[in-house]
Design a protein around this ligand. Sequence first.
Ligand code: HAM
Length: 426
Amino acid sequence: MSAGSFQAPKGIPDYIPLPRGERGSSADFVAVRNGLLRATAEAGYGYIELPVFEDTALFARGVGESTDVVSKEMYTFADRGERSVTLRPEGTAGVVRAVLQHGLDRGQLPVKVAYAGPFFRYERPQEGRYRQLQQVGVEAIGVDDPALDAEVVAVADRGFRSLGLSDFRLEITSLGDASCRPEYRELLQDFLFRLDLDEETRRRAEINPLRVLDDKRPQMRELTADAPLMLDHLSAESKAHFEKVLGYLDALGIPYTINPRMVRGLDYYTKTCFEFVHDGLGAQSGIGGGGRYDGLVEQLGGREGLSGIGFGLGVDRTLLALKAEGKTAPSAPRVVAFGVPLGEAARDAMVPLLARLRVAGVASDMAYGSRGMKGAMKAADRSGARYALVLGESELEAGTVTVKDLASGEQRSVPRDAVVGELTAG
Ligand code: HAM
């Protein structure tokens, strides 16, 4: 690296204007983000734009002090006024904060919002695990209806499928509620403390015993094979809720696997919890996840008894998953028409023509500078445009433009005044 040349901070991907399908292509990125957002809009989620940093205490209290996200991965610093602020590691706590601050919880329920943007976690960077990660998320707050759980799962499923993604599966479970989880936790701890555990695992069993069940080491799998599972100790209410959710998913034709050992990295979850997993991604296989959170609203200062449910879908990982399947998400081309003016007079005529096309909604670009026919046509091809608009001396004289279909090679002469009409028709 020469002096004065910079690199992006470690573990942070750039998305730049590269051809579709190339790693790091911003067109692919936008197609995925917009496709996932479109699925949220189809189900009536309104867009919410949140601050990228918040009070540190919001995340400590909302996400949970014992989680890795809060204890090890937050970007926390004092601002110039000596307030402790943190770059958002996730979206749920910020959404609940905004809903309460603006009194949305006193209006029509559920409050249904969607968001998209960067989140920050100081993780060990590797393929699919970044320090600035991009999510599309939703939160539906204020109603504890299993039909809403099914809707949230269905929106994620629809979002992924609308991009063409297919080789993923949905894992789902219930983490119970305040009436059954504490009892189960004790039961599990009793079981775990009777085992011969290493020091670190024992400590984990004390702080968050559920996480021990997620230990992937074969000897731990064996040791905990007979551990009691939350699913077998649900309260009647949680059990009925979970069965209803599964019933709706069956009715919607959304396939799922029940994974009673699922552990999510955030503390606020209760009842329904789910993850979308893609097997083409190696270790970082989670392309999205979410669940219900009964206690979070109250914990952040809201009314008692207001539950919520939501998900966060990883845009970066969805891009990698599409690549693993050899697909690119569908999207409108960057430009539809590309001007090829030959000579200065032609350029003078092309500039207002492009302006009129843009106003009419036809995305357009042109070969700038004084390029010859060959170079300009190459630029037209590279642009991904559907049509090249060639304007040379003969066209200038005749008041026409040659419209060339870049896919078929067909071309026809169109009066210059009729070009906008031609390209917007049908
Ligand atoms: P999460 O499981 O921590 O949940 O993150 C959601 C998704 O973000 C993951 O499934 C993954 O695709 C992506 N992701 C997480 N960390 C990284 C990373 N370091 N690099 C790349 N991608 C990553 C949440 O954040 C919850 N707020 C979701 C939620 C909303 N639950 C209820 N409402």
